[in-house]
Structure formats: structure tokens, C-alpha cells
Write a protein that binds this ligand. Sequence first.
Ligand code: ATP
Ligand code: MG
Length: 458
Amino acid sequence: MCGMRKTGQENGLLGACLLIMRIEVPRKAEKIIDALQEHGYDAYVVGGCVRDSLLHRSPADWDITTSATPAEVKKIFPRTVDTGIQHGTVTVLIEKEGFEVTTYRIDGEYEDSRHPKEVIFTPDLKEDLRRRDFTINAMAYNHRTGLVDIFGGVEDLKNKVVRCVGDPGERFTEDALRILRAVRFSAQLGFSIEEKTAGAARELGETLEKISAERIQTELVKLLVSPHPQYLKKAWELGLTKIFLWEFDKAMETPQENPHHCYNVGEHTLKAMEAVKADRILRLTLLFHDLGKVETRTRDEEGIDHFHGHPAQSEKIARIVLKRLRFDNDTINKVGKLVYWHECPWQAAPRSVRRALSKTGTELFPLLLEVRRGDIMAQSTYHRKEKLEWLDRLGEIYEEILRKKECVSIKDLAVSGRDLIQAGMKPGKEIGETLDRFLDIVLENPEKNTKEYLLSLL
Ligand code: ATP
Ligand code: MG
């Protein structure tokens, strides 16, 4: 944000505070803005890309806002796609790269905390900025005018706060998703949520139930893969998780009186997510890995809590919740499997690891090691050194198995179903059973994986 100077200059049309500074706009986005201006329209980059540029982060995409209507935009650019024409959005293609160009708009009256009844185009940039969710997302920029910051976005960036544009209660009533977006942005940026904004979020948190699972999923994933996944706790404090992830609320109430632990299940979950890299599958796995402890907890005579069978229960919960939030099957299956095996209940010995690999597959195994590490790091320090040594050893053995290309699945066997048929076996379930038996032998003794030896067993 350095090199900025407030001019106090008042622009009649905007009545806004303009800041002299320069943002590096990519050449193609600039080309679009120039073309629109040459045709007599206003155009700016807007929203997330302005926010991220001011924070010296590289924006994911560059959105453009303009006074031109979609029809006018389409007249200027030879290649466009009608991505959200009813909301005024046209994607302009410049050398195969797409830029969303949206007409300045006012959202009409809102129905049921979700949808504006209608979208009205306006010639006024200020009106367009006013409908946006947070001050830090409501700034626009072009080289001609500089930064347009009507609602104090720069100030809020400096103070690291997420604040609604206008009255938070009204803004959250218009669209309840914004409540979760506030937490998501605070997690992405490490910002706090301004007091009145947080107050309205708490008050209106329950209206999130009107929001579609898909929209919740998008914001939840962004929160989880952010630098601060533990800010999920804010969503809990504001009473939001109880609407879409009540299983987590129960975990926040589940103690773990056990030498291996120093947090309750919910706090441990937050720490574990924080302890792994920002990968969608990893973070989701750690979100769910212990939720099954809520139902499986038993306390013995010495007052120690046990959680027998919790991985299977956690897997069940993971699948239910992921399905409820409309995740794709590939994600559900990967996370389900990782949650089920998250304890890596194997000895650090080659034959155990080969057996493990035959169950998890070689693809998920390295992720599983990361899951386990995150889990250990979020436990008490009791036996931590030993736990990590064991985990490192598992990793070394895994590498060794890969290096030696040892057989860990039916498809790695030196003998195939076709070989068995050629050797005189009848097609049918006996083939599968035989291959299973061969795999069992080879997992114990990799050197026995030769065609000659295996066929000799028939
Ligand atoms: P990201 O880096 O995640 O894409 P972003 O700020 O670009 O962050 P988007 O969800 O892509 O976020 O939205 C683009 C812009 O549109 C926002 O910066 C904001 O100005 C506006 N916006 C998006 N969703 C809403 C909403 N629900 N209510 C009001 N304004 C919104
Ligand atoms: Mg965006």
C-alpha cells in the first residue's frame, strides 16, 4: 500500500475519495478497459483483484465493472460468452483468456435472504460498489481515475478488518451467505471481523439455513484451505457451524481425558488442520478425522476416555456431511478412505506397509502420512518423539517399496487372470480368489512374485 497519497480530490460523479496510486493491471485486462473507455464508457477493475493488489498478493482473477450494458460490451469485443447475462456479466475473451465484464448494477429487493428479485443496471459506479459485501471488496481502479475507495476499504485493509458496506444487519438480511463470507475472508487474510459486522453475523447466523449447500461448500472450502483454517472456530462462535456443520459443534463439547490429548475433540481438530499444508483433501480429512469420537467415547474407572472404533464412525460422518454439502464423489471417496485409515494402525515393517498399501492404494498413502503427522502434532507431547520416529520409518519403508517396485496389488502380480485361464482354470470367481491368495503370498514375500513360482502353486 506504499506510495499512496490521498488527494482529497472530489469527483462530482462519484463524490468519492480518490487515491493516487498505481496498480499493475495485466495487459489484457487493461486492453479491455481501454477499449471500453475509447467507446465512451467507464470501466474499472474491481473487487477481489483490487483488494489483493493492495495487499501485494497476486489476484486469482481480474474482474471488470463497466457502465456499458452487456449488449454494448458484446458489440465492442469480437469474442464473448454470455456467462451471467441476466446479472449483467459477459466474459470477454482476449487471446483465449476470459475476463468477466459486469455492468454497474443495483441489486433490487431481496427475497428470502438469497436472491435479488431483479437486477437493475445503473450508470453510477458508486451504486455498484455500494451493493458489494465488504469495504475491502468494494474498491475499483483504473489508470485514468486511480483508486476509487468510497467506503474506507483502504483503511480497513490497514486495520485488518472485515466490515460490511453499509448496515451489516441489512446486508446480511439481503444475502445470508455474506455471513459465512465474512469468516472466510477473515481466515484468508488473517483479519478480524469488525464488531457490528460480527454482531449482525451472530444475530442472523441462523438464516444461513436458507443458503444452498453448493454456495456453503464453496465458502467452507475457501476457509479450510486458507492460511488460517482454525478460524472455523469463529464460525462456531458466531453460531454458524450449528447450521451447516453441527457435528463440529458436538466435537467442541467432547472432552478427551487421555494422556495423548490436551484439547477437546473440536480444538484438536482445529489444531490438526493448521498442522497440515493447505490442501483441500488434507484439510477436509482432518476436519472429519475425529468427529466419530463424539459417539464412541467411553470413560474407564480411572477416568480415562477411550474412543474405540472412532475412525469408522468418523468416516461415516464424513460421507454424510460431504454428501449433504454436495461434494463430488471423488472427494467423498478420498476423504472417506483417508479418515478411515487416519490412525495408520500399522507396524513400521515392510510386510505391514505392503499390506497397508494393498488396502489404501499407493496414491493415498503419502497423503495418509501427512494426515497422521498433522494429527500427532495436534496431540499432547506425550510420546510425540516416538510417534514421529515411527511415522518417518513408515515413510522410508514406503519409499523403499516404491523403489523396489514391489507388488502391492493384484495388478502388480506376475500372473494375471488370463494366465490362469491359459493354465487351464475355468473363468469365474475362482480366478479372483486365486489372485487374492497369490497377492497374500507375495505381500509376505515379494521375491515370490514370479510367474513360474505362482503358476507352480496351482
Ligand atoms: P476470491 O479471491 O475468492 O475470488 P473475491 O473477492 O474475488 O475473492 P468473489 O466471490 O469472486 O470474491 O466475488 C467477487 C466480488 O463480487 C467480491 O469482491 C465482491 O465485491 C462481490 N461479491 C461477491 N459475492 C457477493 C455477495 N454475496 N454479496 C455482495 N457482493 C458480493
Ligand atoms: Mg473472485
